[in-house]
Design a protein around this ligand. Structure first.
Ligand SMILES: *[C@@H]1O[C@H](CO)[C@@H](O)[C@H](O)[C@H]1NC(C)=O
Ligand SMILES: *[C@@H]1O[C@H](CO)[C@@H](O)[C@H](O)[C@H]1NC(C)=O
Ligand SMILES: *[C@@H]1O[C@H](CO)[C@@H](O)[C@H](O)[C@H]1NC(C)=O
Ligand SMILES: *[C@@H]1O[C@H](CO)[C@@H](O)[C@H](O)[C@H]1NC(C)=O
Ligand SMILES: *[C@@H]1O[C@H](CO)[C@@H](O)[C@H](O)[C@H]1NC(C)=O
Ligand SMILES: *[C@@H]1O[C@H](CO)[C@@H](O)[C@H](O)[C@H]1NC(C)=O
Length: 424
């Protein structure tokens, strides 16, 4: 080693020692809450068919329900080229009327560069994306849209793009930047934010949100630098080091409102001990095995046995088809109806409790009186179930139907899920 490189080595070693000796910067660890509240101006919630279409599209499922819709021209009618934002087909009779201003169903306020948006906290995806003023006005409709030119802190990431595309051809895509994002009073200075410049009709129709805060693992993030995938960190990954505990919790009420809390587990929100289940994060979802279920307390084996994910961005409890079939075999008058897109039954029927396995050690129970998702007809005589089948898609999606009955903690530190039954 030459004298010069020896000196450089010494210098580097000294610098390293200085850095190590410096006191760690004082970061105040903390927790914070975000409400998910009901918009009093919303004309109506999702209907059953919209909810089915949304979850099938999100995960690219093509079986049962989508096949039935295709044969009726349903999905074809709903599938619009992202560039064709002027067309509005309504052949199925399920397309919502043009939303008025602030037509979001649930409001979870997020401040991006000083602008307030209502974003959906979605544990089933990993992009923080939003409607932007770079969309044509006809696509923005009643959504709030982020205007990058009005944010003094926004920095465009040159050449970077993002894109979410679904199996049926729908999707959203756009450009990328960083900005100051404040959720519940906690700020991430340099959060990657994704601005939509094209959205397909299904997103325009989904007036529930102005965009998403993806809370699955960062590996699912769709950002690329123009040539290759360069997944950006989620908001949760960015705030995690500053939290008291590396968790967020979902505490949803029967009407779908509730609270997301970051950094803390509120022990008063569930009964008994929290059950912890390790997550299989290889796909990037909050995923776990679920090979058993119980209907009215009677334990059964799920012969399909697909793994399941915990998804706050889905309304329904979407189970393997054999599980849905077994459940509705116990509901008087239930039928799997192709027109409506899933299981319906007389609203007067008494529904049994449903339990689904979360890993090998916990059964999440949903009381029968919490399972109806919506009524189908104006007279409220026919009901659409909050439990539906996945048409053999090979993945079970446990959404709001479960969260209304279960308090769930998402632990990013040891990659596990905590479950506790909510008091009824
Ligand atoms: C857009 O959709 C409308 C209505 O379906 C159709 O008439 C028109 O040809 C479409 N335009 C393009 C560019 O696809
Ligand atoms: C779609 O059709 C239904 C039933 O025919 C109707 O009530 C609704 O207003 C229509 N929506 C639009 C956007 O045209
Ligand atoms: C902010 O984030 C971007 C994208 O992740 C990164 O390239 C940049 O270095 C970051 N800047 C700072 C100041 O941390
Ligand atoms: C993960 O962390 C929680 C909370 O600290 C702990 O109770 C649980 O046992 C851990 N679970 C696993 C699978 O390591
Ligand atoms: C984890 O998930 C992957 C992808 O779904 C699956 O192939 C694998 O078998 C799972 N691993 C375990 C241990 O369940
Ligand atoms: C059906 O239910 C809705 C929502 O709860 C209610 O507003 C409406 O009045 C009911 N209709 C009838 C005919 O009972």
């Amino acid at each position: 080693m030459s004298t010069i490189s020896a000196r450089i080595c010494l210098l580097v070693a000294l610098l390293a020692a200085v850095v190590l000796a410096a006191p760690a910067p004082k970061i105040q660890k903390r927790s914070f809450k975000v409400p998910r509240s009901l918009n009093p101006n919303h004309p109506r919630g999702l209907n059953g068919m919209d909810a089915m279409r949304k979850v099938y599209q999100k995960f690219g499922f093509t079986g049962g329900f989508i096949a039935a819709q295709k044969s009726q021209g349903g999905i074809e009618a709903l599938r619009i080229n992202a560039a064709n934002t002027t067309s509005r087909t309504n052949t199925t009779g399920t397309v919502a009327a043009n939303p008025g201003p602030n037509a979001a169903l649930f409001l979870s306020p997020v401040n991006v560069g000083g602008q307030m948006l209502n974003l959906d906290f979605d544990s089933g995806s990993s992009d923080l994306w939003m409607f932007s003023t770079q969309l044509p006005q006809s696509s923005i409709g009643g959504h709030a849209a982020f205007d990058a030119t009005k944010s003094t802190t926004f920095k465009a990431t040159t050449g970077a793009q993002w894109s979410i595309s679904y199996g049926d051809g729908s999707g959203a895509k756009g450009v990328v930047g960083t900005d100051v994002v404040n959720i519940g009073g906690v700020t991430v200075q340099n959060q990657t934010v994704e601005l939509a410049t094209a959205v397909s009709q299904s997103f325009i129709q989904d007036t529930n949100t102005d965009g998403l805060v993806g809370l699955a693992f960062s590996k699912l993030n769709t950002v690329n630098d123009g040539t290759k995938k360069t997944p950006a960190k989620t908001f949760f990954d960015n705030v995690m080091p500053n939290l008291d505990m590396p968790v967020f919790t979902a505490d949803l009420d029967p009407d779908g409102t509730g609270v997301y809390e970051f950094g803390k587990i509120d022990q008063s929100k569930f009964t008994g001990q929290m059950a912890w289940i390790p997550v299989n994060a290889t796909t990037g979802f909050w995923q776990f095995p679920s090979t058993k279920f119980a209907v009215g307390g009677q334990m059964m084996t799920n012969t399909a046995g697909s793994q399941a994910i915990a998804d706050t961005g889905t309304s329904l409890l979407l189970v393997d088809q054999n599980v849905a079939d077994s459940y509705y075999a116990k509901v008087q008058g239930a039928q799997n109806n192709a027109q409506v897109g899933g299981y319906i039954y007389p609203c007067s029927a008494t529904l049994p409790d449903m339990s689904v396995a979360i890993g090998d050690t916990y059964m999440a129970t949903i009381p029968g009186n919490m399972i109806t998702f919506a009524t189908v007809d104006a007279a409220n005589t026919t009901c659409f179930g909050g439990i539906q089948g996945n048409g053999g898609a090979g993945l079970q999606i446990y959404g709001d139907t479960m969260f209304k009955a279960q308090f769930v903690a998402f632990n990013g530190g040891n990659q596990s899920l905590g479950f506790g039954a909510k008091p009824t």
